[in-house]
Design a protein around this ligand. Structure first.
Ligand code: KIV
Length: 273
């Protein structure tokens, strides 16, 4: 008799219920091996469009396509069992109309099997968020620094450093929460503003460069592991894997140059000799 042990995944509703509760742990992952490691600890894993910069060496997330997001979403889904998987909607895949957003969000859900999508923007996207949620698409919002708007923001700049900017950012956060999003990424905003957003919205806030005042935190995995070159100022280092990769690659190169077989010596030995 076979016994099936089914581990149920965290759902968007589980995350929603964590408002003001145990802090929510999340990280990005784009590939199967990394996702499998992160799955052991994360409540949700974001297949972020930051993959454009981290994996593909692009200058921004603007050129990232829906097909890229779907391929990486599929890889992360295959390697994980427990965490909620959230896939970013890339620039150009949702802003044109509510219908375009729904069509592409449904492609992401159907083709990856993930549990939710994330999109950037506040007030201007609230109607779209409501349209998606009412039709069965769990949506995570993203306000503050919204990297897809790099060309209109004039760079990756912290938001809300001036108190005069606060009302607009607060209005963005409240609009996305009221539209039915299950949680909200708050990126690169001053601590008192993050605290005020967290107090005002009914859904969990997930901070990135937005202090510990949020209901949970997210970091780009490769940044916190020390694998990427240009790391934002707010990222604390939890490792320096680039150094270890360099050492391993150099050790391998030395073996090759010394004409030593780069593996256990016996592997290709003829049997009995
Ligand atoms: O794309 C991404 O990795 C993100 C995080 C920075 C929140 O949106």
């Amino acid at each position: 008799m076979s016994v099936q042990v089914r581990v149920s995944r965290v759902t968007a509703q589980d995350v929603r219920r964590r408002k003001s509760g145990e802090p929510i742990v999340s990280l990005t992952a784009y590939t199967a091996p990394m996702a499998a490691l992160v799955d052991e600890v994360a409540d949700f894993i974001l297949v972020g469009d930051s993959l454009g910069m981290v994996v593909y060496g692009l200058d921004s997330t603007v050129p990232v396509t829906l097909d890229m997001m779907i391929l990486h979403g599929q890889a992360v889904m295959r390697a994980t069992r427990k965490a909620l998987i959230v896939v970013d909607m890339p620039f150009g895949s949702y802003e044109e109309s509510r219908e375009q957003a729904l069509r592409n969000a449904m492609r992401i859900l159907k083709e990856t099997g993930c549990g939710a999508v994330k999109l950037e923007g506040g007030l201007r996207m609230a109607e779209t968020v409501r349209f998606l949620v009412e039709r069965g698409v769990p949506v995570m919002g993203h306000v503050g620094l919204t990297p897809q708007a790099v060309n209109t923001l004039g760079g990756f700049k912290a938001q809300g450093r001036e108190r005069a900017e606060w009302p607009a950012i607060l209005a963005d956060a409240e609009a996305i929460s009221e539209a039915g999003a299950f949680s909200l990424v708050v990126e690169a905003v001053a601590e008192p503003l993050a605290a005020e957003i967290t107090k005002r919205v009914a859904i969990p806030t997930i901070g990135i460069g937005a202090s510990a005042a949020c209901d949970g935190q997210i970091l780009v995995l490769d940044d916190m592991l020390g694998l990427t070159g240009r790391v934002p100022k707010f990222v604390k280092s939890y490792g320096s894997l680039a150094g270890q990769v360099r050492e391993a690659v150099s050790a391998y190169a030395e073996e090759v140059k010394a004409r030593r077989f780069p593996g256990p010596e016996h592997v290709y030995a003829v049997k009995g000799e």
